[in-house]
Design a binder for this molecule. Structure first.
Ligand SMILES: [Zn+2]
Length: 295
């Protein structure tokens, strides 16, 4: 953690509900569109994360949920009334990770700004706004049976647990990354210290292809780590295993679409597709029709 990293009194765990104490705003370029976007985070009285469009303040806020996911190719994009909202995962990871269980997210532009490619600038924004406690947090219902979702060689597994325990493994042929495994008991403090600073990464050979396809127009060497085989084009890394930590950041951000499960979640070669599929499975499990009926 570098100098100037905010270190307010984060909540001890995720047992209490928190919103922001004040509004806070950030601007920046979207990774994929390259367009300037603005985000204002505001306190919310209702649970979950609710999105409004800054250009159309009269329209009702939309609570984020996994069924809105419309694209998971390079980021997690949502189809909302009034337009598409891309690259929500790092902001949602910051909110969920810091213990902010509910907030309004007001957006101008169709993509959340990438900032430095990690969740740290959002953590700083949240620290600037401060947290306001709202009482006990209703736990997200988690199925008693383990959940396992597969996609080719990749899988994601969830088992109930008293804590929020996240693990991820990645395997890449590029020696600069290779095999990495990281797991932690998530708390707001461990999130801010171990996960939030880990930046997005990509591969040199993909960069030109994606640019030619009109994607990652805002991607540059200052907001994504670029791997070139055995080396990084833009060192130094913030952690030796920064890529797998970023995978955990993405996992947390995607799960935040449904809430933070008291569970152990392990993503082996995870992707936004797998993460959001697990969020959708949890949303189904959490729906009232699936809850056990009381006599
Ligand atoms: Zn990411």
């Amino acid at each position: 953690m570098g100098a100037g990293t905010p270190d307010p009194a984060w909540p001890d765990d995720y047992s209490r509900a928190f919103t922001l104490a004040e509004a806070v705003e950030r601007r920046g370029v979207g990774l994929h569109s390259g367009a300037l976007a603005r985000v204002r985070l505001q306190p919310s009285e209702g649970p979950g994360y609710r999105v409004g469009w800054l250009e159309r303040p009269g329209e009702p806020l939309q609570r984020l949920a996994p069924h809105q996911v419309c694209d998971t190719q390079l980021c997690t994009a949502l189809a909302l009334d009034g337009g598409r909202l891309a690259t929500v995962e790092h902001l949602l990871a910051a909110l969920a990770g810091c213990g902010v269980s509910q907030a309004e997210i007001w957006v101008e532009g169709g993509e959340i700004p990438l900032l430095d490619g990690s969740a740290l600038p959002w953590v700083e924004a949240i620290a600037e706004a401060g947290l306001r406690e709202l009482g006990e947090r209703a736990p997200l219902p988690v199925p008693e049976e383990p959940l396992l979702l597969r996609q080719g060689l990749s899988f994601i597994a969830l088992t109930p647990c008293e804590r929020v325990r996240l693990a991820a493994a990645v395997e890449y042929p590029q020696p600069a990354i290779g095999r990495q495994l990281f797991s932690l008991d998530l708390t707001p403090a461990s999130f801010v210290r171990e996960i939030a600073p880990a930046r997005t990464f990509g591969f040199r050979e993909q960069v030109e292809q994606l640019r030619a396809a009109g994607l990652i127009q805002g991607g540059a060497l200052d907001n994504a780590l670029v791997c070139d085989g055995a080396a990084w084009l833009n060192p130094p890394l913030r952690f030796v295993d920064e890529p797998v930590r970023h995978k955990l950041l993405d996992l947390l951000g995607d799960l935040a679409l449904v809430g933070l499960p008291r569970a152990q979640v392990f993503a082996y070669r995870g992707s936004h597709g797998l993460h959001t599929a697990l969020a959708a499975a949890l949303a189904t499990a959490a729906s009232p029709t699936r809850l056990p009926l009381t006599a």
